[in-house]
Design a protein around this ligand. Sequence first.
Ligand SMILES: Cc1ncc(COP(=O)(O)O)c(C=O)c1O
Length: 375
Amino acid sequence: MKKFPFLNLKQANSQHINEIKDAVCKVIDSGIYLNGEETAALENEIANLCQIKFCVAVSNGLDALRLIICAYKEEGIFCDGDEIIVSANTYIASILAISDNGLIPRLVDMDPNTLNIDTSKIEEVINARTRAIMPVHLYGNPCWDETIKRLAQDYDLVIIEDNAQAIGAKAACCGIHGTTATGGLGNAAGNSFYPTKNLGALGDAGAVTTNNESIANIVRALANYGSDRRYHNIYKGYNCRIDEIQAAALRVKLRHLEQETNRRRLVAETYNREISNELITKPTIFTDMRQVWHQYPIRIAEREEFREYLKMNGIDSDIHYAVPPHKQPCYSELADSQMPVTELIADQLVSLPIAAPITPKDASVIAQIINGFNS
Ligand SMILES: Cc1ncc(COP(=O)(O)O)c(C=O)c1O
């Protein structure tokens, strides 16, 4: 029986292994391991991809979001106790970045069609302490519409995108700078290059993207002990830099990102076309945007039996995410939040294999097996 892994990073990276090894060896031989040419070149390339002026490569995606919020605090725009509106269905890092800075995450439930924040529910939670909206482009789906733009303008809110799962995606309508690439739609964005991401490093890495030069400069200083020049510390900062080795590996992977995204899109289209089991709700393909399918999330009420059936047929699956942030023990203060769609998603969601080496042909075989499931 053919096996379909959910994720095999060794195999995924093996497609470009000689290029990666050459790039990494060049860094080792150069003797420059931080703040070198690879980091500067990566920053330019990511800024271009996100159609934005400034990129600061950092240690990981959580740090990228933390540093953005911290930079707005240093600018005096955010204060302790202010609120940031954020999707209730997200990886917990989005929420951690807010609370770690002494701000309050104000959760909004999801739209079951987009699996992103329900933008029609944002306005009702805006209050005098609201300073920002954090749209999370979950599963590789751009979370962006005219409502977010209008609310940010009407209430003078900062927009911080969580672009951890959507590098290379394009929204259906323009961002505040007139472009459509995610990571460049709002005032600043946190990007993750965690190894499993569509653009994954060989360890932790991330980036802040922004058109705001002042925020970019503060983030760069904060990530480097708070220093704007050697032994001159203007902030009580951190060490959140990226390694040259990760930057070099990422530049290789970046050259192949388009091909990787196209493979994911073809796999998703195959699943959508060929899965026809009435027990299953498929994700929506939106033709007016470019989804990059970090995950392919379906919903099914009979989740345990279904996953067992997949396993018996050699198909690995996963859940993103079984426990939403407001139900995690560390966020007991959010436990009473009423998030029925988020909770339904948490109970029913199954992510099907979509990472390399899964091909559209594999997706077709998997779809036929799925069509044979009945509870
Ligand atoms: C939506 C989301 N936000 C933030 C992060 C944090 O990124 P990192 O793992 O690079 O810290 C991740 C990934 O793990 C994520 O999926």
